[in-house]
Design a protein around this ligand. Structure first.
Ligand code: ADP
Ligand code: MG
Length: 348
């Protein structure tokens, strides 16, 4: 029996699902979150509620763990760096710092000769004025964005003068891609050229929030292979340990672009819990805890629907689901508009 204790920073649904996967492997989990109502407190072995800059609490947390990981990327670099002096933090803090910043992230991807959308660094309104060529485009905060937060569509140059933008923050402007499809590839890397990779997942967003994911993705063989190869190349280049997700755009001419990298388990991979022999969560725990690597095996095709805001209510009240369906309730205290409350996976 394993005697490993895994520390997890962040207490959302990804932390919950990591805890459940860890339990199956006899790995104990301690969740550290600044939200006292963090849903993962329902699933972990121990819960610490403290701020991410509380040195004493971080020390106490590190002392009790063997290895530390995180379930969301917007954790201060200093927090990860301090913890890393005490125990291994995986993925490494420097990887998180790179990916947290949209500009550094895109520069890194382009250096690998992997295509991204066209982008420009924006620090003032003046920087926007010569960029008519990038419009229509999306202005995104360089850091801290998720689920479309911190993003603003700019259609034309005339619109720029009337936009209310807080220039105390940095931004990037990205040219809008005429999307045919979005896909993601999830990979768990254990060491040099040692990885397990899931097949590409097709994703549908509504209001910039993931609504629906399915395998197989309806894409041609070239895109199937290219997206997997790029995910392998990115994870090798980063010398990444753990589960990583690469989000892609496919345009109307069947060109593939990397949209962004998530240095963590990912919403589009929830269906791996039921559709594969080993989920993205279990693989993450296995990789960061240096446990054995088991070949991946797909059990079934699947689709997953995110239950956002009030959509959870009918499932909670009347969980009438078929044998091939799996309902997950994140047990969040409060229902909020645009908040991910649960999901439903259907095996096909
Ligand atoms: P977040 O960090 O909030 O997930 P993303 O950059 O992934 O931000 O954007 C969220 C969604 O918005 C994307 O999945 C896509 O549907 C849409 N989007 C973002 N950037 C572009 C773009 N340049 N062209 C077309 N659609 C985009
Ligand atoms: Mg995204």
């Amino acid at each position: 029996m394993s005697e490993i204790t895994l520390g997890i920073l962040g207490g959302g649904q990804l932390g919950s699902m990591l805890s459940v996967a860890a339990k199956k492997l006899n790995v104990k989990t301690i969740i550290y979150s600044d939200d006292q109502n963090a849903p993962a407190h329902n699933f972990c072995d121990k819960f610490i509620n403290a701020k991410y800059d509380d040195k004493n609490k971080l020390y106490e947390f590190a002392k009790e763990t063997d290895v530390i990981t995180y379930e969301f990327e917007n954790i201060p670099f200093d927090t990860l760096n301090e913890l890393n002096k005490l125990k291994n933090v995986l993925p490494r803090p420097s990887i998180n710092r790179l990916i947290q910043h949209r500009l550094a992230e895109k520069d890194f991807i382009n250096k690998l000769n992997i295509r991204t959308t066209r982008y420009a660094h924006i620090e003032s309104r003046k920087d926007l004025e010569p960029l008519a060529d990038f419009l229509p485009g999306i202005l995104k905060t360089a850091t801290m964005g998720y689920d479309g937060k911190g993003q603003c569509l700019i259609n034309n140059i005339e619109q720029i003068s009337s936009l209310n933008i807080d220039f105390s923050k940095e931004y990037i402007l990205e040219k809008l891609v005429k999307l045919k499809k979005e896909i993601s590839v999830i990979i768990t890397r254990f060491g040099n050229n040692k990885y397990e990779i899931y097949e590409p997942i097709e994703n549908t967003h509504e209001d910039q929030i993931l609504r629906y994911s399915k395998i197989p993705a309806d894409i041609n063989e070239k895109l199937f292979n290219q997206s997997k190869n790029w995910a392998i190349q990115i994870s090798e280049e980063l010398k990444y340990i753990g589960t990583l997700c690469v989000e892609f755009f496919i345009d109307r001419n069947e060109n593939l672009y990397v949209n962004e990298i998530a240095p963590r388990v990912h919403n589009s991979g929830h269906l791996t819990i039921n559709a594969y022999n080993i989920s993205q969560f279990e693989n993450h725990v296995r990789a960061v805890c240096s446990m054995g690597q088991i070949p991946l095996n797909k059990i079934s095709n699947a689709e997953m629907i995110n239950l956002i805001g009030n959509q959870i209510v009918s499932y909670r009240n009347n969980p009438k689901i078929d044998n091939n369906q799996f309902f997950f309730d994140y047990l969040k205290n409060e229902i909020k508009e645009k908040r991910k409350m649960g999901h439903l996976t259907t095996l096909k």
